[in-house]
Design a protein around this ligand. Structure first.
Ligand code: MCA
Ligand code: AMP
Length: 499
């Protein structure tokens, strides 16, 4: 592993600073962001984001209506320039999820693209339109913020209750992106393509802030489509980021799409993350393109922990080795005794320590304390083994009540609570079951209030989508007379199998 000097510099985007200082220099004319037919060079980004930064500088915290658009990228860059924490909001969030996030994070402003209609849950907030059309002269950025100060608050689901806001400091963003640059030989010459949502770590921090920190560029597809991937990779893009569902759809398309195979074969790096990419999809892509997808492993709370390195062996089914600066250990059931074995067999919980970690869950000191051991290791809840050469293989997770669907982490508890608010539901339990496309799909087991007219799958899906978010909706619903419970009255989810 090559040594890495951890740059804790508060200047997250040196290329932007340079373009700001020398608006006529060559750096200012380099492409930074492209969304469809709209794009900004570094000079234009500096000129667009810096006046916005000046306008939000006094805000305590801002919310960003994080549509997959140029406006979201500009708003987040502006917040970072101003040193004001930003809360990216999923524009498909339902009323109760949005209400929770807004009351928990208490932003003073919401930034949105002009013309976007915002839902009633945001009505009380002052709105600021993000104007990307009229770059003016770049203003100097306010003083350099403390590296420990919060940069982003990203909401992430737990097993029970509503999502928690992970407070991510500037230091974690800088160090994780620099560690990935080392692992992936990622430079300012790289052009990234992806179609990930911009309200999570993967799409926003890795997919937008990553290229900007390197002085390179990103082309966002607006929404993921294999045709867009093929087009961009054959027109100069060098890297692709995606969740396993996206690579699965690529693997499905490849046999009938030689242009896609040719485009993928030209890429410098194909990276998958957010959930495990099945070996079958790895192999299908390798066979059709001659290229291997590499996996990296991260979490909202920890940003990136491990990766297969660009100069390492791309082994399917593993997430590679710890990134520079990240300490990783496996622990036994007690959560504190370290597993010493590197035998590819002994399973332990992954715990991590390092400058890539979040600071806390917003307003949740007890949850924050519970997430760490006494000596400062973060408990990921992911179970893994280590190969003799240090490659980590994730084999499962501790909590059965966490579901990963399409790369989104979803808590069974929050869906159960939403289902119980439906008048047609008396009891509810939620599980995940294997799904070739989504990894796991959400299954609802309900006891209907009226067995003669139980609510339909569409009715319950709409109900959950409206309250929480469409990706949290059940895809399958089973009706039962009663939920299986143990003597203590606890639902026995393992007994939930359909005939
Ligand atoms: C469907 N839709 C509905 C309903 N049903 N809307 C309202 N009510 C309903 N009942 C809409 C959806 O909103 C969507 O709209 C469309 O129908 C299709 O929905 P769906 O089938 O769920 O989506 P999909 O096309 O299958 O999405 C697959 C996907 C997506 C594109 C792979 O799951 C995705 O973007 N995943 C990325 C997750 C991610 O970024 N995770 C990172 C977190 P429309 O057509 O308008 O979209 S993990 C992380 O950050 C850590 C650090 C890490 O390691 O990376
Ligand atoms: P999130 O909380 O949405 O940030 O999701 C983090 C979780 O995604 C981790 O705890 C892992 O369970 C899972 N994850 C991320 N990357 C990978 C990967 N490459 N392979 C397997 N699981 C992954």
């Amino acid at each position: 592993m090559s040594p890495l000097s951890l740059d804790l510099s508060p200047d997250l985007f040196p290329a932007l600073t340079e373009a700001q200082a020398d608006p006529d220099g060559p750096g200012a004319h380099r492409p930074a962001l492209r969304f469809g037919d709209r794009s900004l060079t570094y000079g234009e980004l500096a000129a667009t984001a810096s006046p916005l930064a000046a306008r939000v500088a006094e805000a305590g915290r801002i919310a960003v209506w994080a549509t997959p658009t140029l406006e979201t990228a500009v708003a987040v860059v502006a917040a970072l320039l101003a040193g004001v924490p930003a809360v990216p909001l999923n524009p498909k969030s339902g009323e109760s999820e949005l209400g929770h996030i807004v009351s928990d994070s208490a932003p003073t402003l919401v930034l949105a693209a002009p013309g976007t209609q915002l839902p009633p849950a945001l009505a009380a907030l002052e709105r600021l339109d993000i104007d990307t059309s009229a770059p003016t002269t770049s203003l100097p950025s306010p003083g350099a913020p403390d590296p420990e100060s919060p940069a982003l608050i990203v909401y992430t689901s737990g097993t029970t209750g509503p999502p928690k806001g992970a407070v991510i400091p500037r230091r974690a963003i800088a160090t994780t992106l620099d560690a990935l640059a080392d692992a992936w030989q990622w430079t300012g010459d790289d052009v990234l393509v992806h179609g990930l949502p911009l309200f999570h770590v993967h799409g926003l921090i890795l997919g937008i802030l990553g290229p900007l920190r390197r002085g390179g560029s990103v082309r966002h597809l607006g929404r993921f489509e294999t045709a867009g991937v093929a087009r961009e990779l054959s027109e100069g893009a060098t890297m692709l980021f995606g969740v396993p569902t996206m690579y699965h759809r690529i693997a499905e398309t490849l046999p009938d799409d030689p242009a896609l195979a040719k485009a993928l074969a030209r890429a410098r790096l194909l990276v998958s993350g957010s959930a495990a990419l099945p070996v079958h999809d790895h192999e299908r892509i390798a066979q059709a393109t001659g290229r291997r997808v590499i996996e990296r492993y991260g979490m909202t709370e920890t940003l990136m922990n491990t990766s297969v390195r660009a100069d390492g062996e791309p082994r399917a089914g593993t997430v590679g080795v710890p990134l520079p600066g990240v300490e990783l250990r496996l622990t036994e059931e007690d959560g504190t005794t370290a597993v010493e074995a590197y035998d590819g067999e002994t399973v332990g919980e992954i715990q991590v320590r390092g400058p890539n970690l979040f600071t806390e869950y917003l307003n949740r000191p007890e949850a924050t304390a519970a997430a760490f051991t006494e000596d400062g290791w973060f408990r990921t809840g992911d179970m893994a083994v280590r190969d003799p050469d240090g490659y980590v293989r994730i084999v499962g997770r501790k909590a059965t009540d966490l579901i990963k669907s399409g790369g989104y982490k979803i808590g069974a508890g929050e869906i159960e609570n939403a289902l119980l608010e439906h008048p047609g539901v008396r009891e509810a339990a939620v599980t995940g079951e294997p799904d070739a496309d989504l990894g796991e799909r959400i299954v609802a087991w309900i006891v209907p209030a009226d067995p003669q007219s139980p609510p339909t799958v569409d009715e319950l899906a709409d109900h959950v989508a409206r309250r929480l978010a469409p990706h949290k909706r059940p895809r399958v619903v089973h009706h039962l007379d009663a939920l299986p419970r143990n003597d203590m009255g606890k639902i026995m989810k393992r007994a939930l199998t359909h005939d």
